[in-house]
Design a protein around this ligand. Structure first.
Ligand SMILES: Cc1cc2nc3c(=O)[nH]c(=O)nc-3n(C[C@H](O)[C@H](O)[C@H](O)COP(=O)(O)O)c2cc1C
Length: 301
């Protein structure tokens, strides 16, 4: 018997595989392909206090082994989300992690307060979106702002808080330490890397927003390096993500120090990716005689 269960701030996941915010909706559109009961957790698309329309199109484009997106956190707002999306996810035996976005500290706190009495297991605070003009990454690139917003959000939160870090910084460990100082329970990383693509025939930007967030297999080595650095720098559990498409990719993150992983862009080219990865981790553990996944979390020093 092998044990794939992991614990994040007291919340037990049946396995370490979750979805990455924004790439899986709130689970409904993928539930025809994926048995959500087989996932450690479902992380929803970012939700704000009021509906956001997102950015003008085009807002996604392909790159070598990856993509750029500038969706701009389009979402239905917290009211509809609580009425429609949480009851949908509640039908499944998986953990519910709600990704929260906002334009100001008050916006974030309002959503977190609204979720306090909802059947939600963890909250992931997105302070690292490169595609919105206000809020988002403005908090995630300044350690003082990051520590301050973490402290504020913690005042309103009943569930443990995951602070989602941006890779668009000089020193990721400085940001991890700031979130820890602010009282974060868990860290997740990486969000997307700011990028740009030019459409040479139209002689303009491929995305209406000019820049977008880069994700997919091309970013994986950067993400693994950052997870490793953060694991050495702070004592908090880490959710690792960035380019995970196979069980082997997920295991790299786990060995670098991630307790759990999130699968994002891979869902777009393989809707079965999450379940395949969960099953692949189990297979690896059997083959390699790893009885408990905790034996390999952060094994690389
Ligand atoms: C289309 C798209 C939408 C995203 N939306 C969100 C979001 O709403 N909130 C968030 O925190 N991250 C969002 N992300 C970032 C992902 O959750 C993830 O951190 C990133 O894409 C790296 O993982 P991946 O390479 O597996 O996609 C989005 C990514 C993509 C590609």
């Amino acid at each position: 018997m092998i044990n794939t269960k992991v614990t994040l701030a007291g919340v037990e996941l049946k396995n370490p595989v979750m979805t990455a915010s924004g790439t899986f909706g709130s689970g409904a559109e993928y539930s025809e392909f994926v048995d959500l009961n087989k996932l450690g957790g479902v992380v929803t698309k970012g939700v704000a206090n009021v509906p956001w329309p997102g950015n003008p199109t085009p807002r996604v484009t392909e790159t070598a082994s990856g993509m750029l997106n500038a969706i701009g956190l389009q979402n239905p707002g917290i009211d509809l989300f609580c009425k429609r999306d949480i009851p949908f996810l509640k039908q499944y035996d998986t953990k519910i992690i709600v990704n929260v976005c906002g334009k100001s500290t008050e916006d974030y706190c309002e959503v977190v307060e609204r979720l306090a009495d909802e059947p939600v297991d963890l909250l992931e605070i997105n302070v690292s979106c490169p595609n919105v003009k206000e809020g988002g990454i403005a908090f995630g690139q300044n350690p003082h702002a990051l520590e301050a917003i973490t402290k504020e959000v913690k005042k309103y939160a009943k569930q443990p808080i995951i602070m989602k870090l941006s890779p668009n910084v000089t020193d990721i460990t400085e940001m991890a330490k700031a979130a820890e100082a602010g009282g974060a329970d868990i860290l997740s990383l990486i969000n997307t890397l700011t990028g740009m693509k030019i459409d040479i025939y139209r002689r303009t930007f491929a995305l209406a927003n000019k820049t977008g967030g880069m994700s997919g297999p091309a970013v994986k080595p950067v993400a693994v390096r950052m997870v490793y650095q953060v694991a050495q720098a702070v004592g908090l559990p880490i959710i690792g993500m960035g380019g995970i498409a196979t069980a082997e990719d997920a295991l790299e993150f786990i060995m670098a120090g991630a307790t759990a992983v999130s699968v994002g862009t891979a869902n777009f080219f393989n809707p079965y990716a999450t379940v395949e990865i969960a099953e692949g981790i189990e297979k690896f553990m059997v083959q390699q005689k790893v009885e408990d996944i905790s034996q390999i979390i952060g094994i690389v020093k």
